[in-house]
Design a protein around this ligand. Sequence first.
Ligand SMILES: [Zn+2]
Length: 544
Amino acid sequence: MGLIMKTIFRNGKIYTMKNQETVNNPLQAMVVKDDYILDLGTEQYIMGKYLNNKCRVVDLREKTVIPGFNDAHLHIYQYALSNSKIRLNAVTGIEDISRRIKNYIKDRNIVPGKWIEGSGWNDKDFTTPGLPEKEELDLIAPENPLILKRACYHVALVNTRALEICQIDKKTPDPAGGKIERDNQGSPTGVLYDDAIDLVENKIPQKNIKQTKELLQQGFEAAARTGLSSLQTDDFLNIKDPSIILQAYQELAEENKLPLRINLQLRVNQAEEIIKFSRQGIKTGRGNIFFKYGPIKIIADGSLGACTAALRQPYFNKSTKGDLLLSQTDLNRLVSTAYKEDCQVAVHAIGDAAVEMAANSFSRIKTINNPRPIIVHAQLGSPSIYQKMARNKVIAAVQPIFLATDWPIIEDRVGTDRSFHSYAWQSMQQSGIKICGSSDAPIEPFNPLYGIYAAVTRHDLAGNPQGGWHPAEQLSVYDAVKIFTVNPAYQSFEEGIKGTLEIGKLADFTVLSEDIFHLDREKIKDITILGTYVGGKAVYKAKT
Ligand SMILES: [Zn+2]
């Protein structure tokens, strides 16, 4: 092995993604040395120049090669964690929930007293409207504390046992950034919103370092299967002690056990946490080519599905406008503290009030050199908000796959007029905003091909609605691939080493079963990932 200096990947259809033109001019061969691309070009050129007995040669069998996918925002640890819990996707109501939990208790021999955790329910799938309350959950497993999170993670249902253990009662005040739903006597009903969920979450025994590392590895393995070579992940979501996550990543990096390239987004609530991280050397860009600290992540509102995203005008046919989880002044302070500490900032903002507030904060940091501020989600905006974002060079990390889930409820939430400014990626792009693609997994599956499909067709995965939802906002296939490759590399300040396939860049690439650029758009979601390569080494290969 020591003699092998270079690997030649030949006989492929290599799309470098350097520019739009490259979509019509694929190359055939690429030489990789020590993680990096040494050269690429036509079959004849590469084979003529490099082939000798010291080379390993890989035949790409005329398959399509594109830069490795990069998810600009997800929660890989929570993805792995949710796989170890009860999945409640597509449950139709309390009977369905009850049946799944009872099966889970039986299958896994869950003893009384042990926490039962589930996630993925969505009340839009319920046959009877409204959320189940604690009395209904108490019938399922009265001796086990129970917490069931909505698909968006902004709402949780808990039973009486969980409320008792967490000492949440009439006298418990709503925490900052959260709400405990109460009956007319003031007693908790078992429905918790946003940061109130942490009151319960913090009492659930946390995984130790070893378990955390194992879960992360499971997450990376699953991500590699979908062609992802880079992940920008916020893993502090609902985590009591982020130091365990930080240590797990540091150990995996030191042990060279990270198969994918990780950019860890650092969720904070207070300016003091930013300063504390910074003093420990935990700040944007520090690290190596496998593990880097990413932006400071701040949450400004909830979700559209749960009507907790902050809107400028009330929800359609409702009096509520949702809630901002912090004030403009608070956000300004967090943003300026982060940039003072040389950190990039990503703000979770879904409703137009939150998106506007984030854009306002970012407009105050003009003096900072190259800040690349990020708004994660930016689901509802307006032409003037998009202009403000573009003026301040705000990156939008959007989730095309959300459209597949949300299109049937958007008009119900915001009415027809505002629906035209929802998930409006073509408009955003035309305003000059750089868009990055992401999944927000485990909220949605992280397969980037689903995201690309949704961005291109504006369909859900069953192909609905016909013609696409607000089809004027469709992206071209090139642009849709770009938001999952080129642009996320820019988001993490790594456009010099990844995002496109060019000499001197990392040999991170994905092999597809079909030529995504010359394929019926409806078939994009069915493309198979044949291989995922990081630094020229296969981290996933499909069985053939
Ligand atoms: Zn998220």
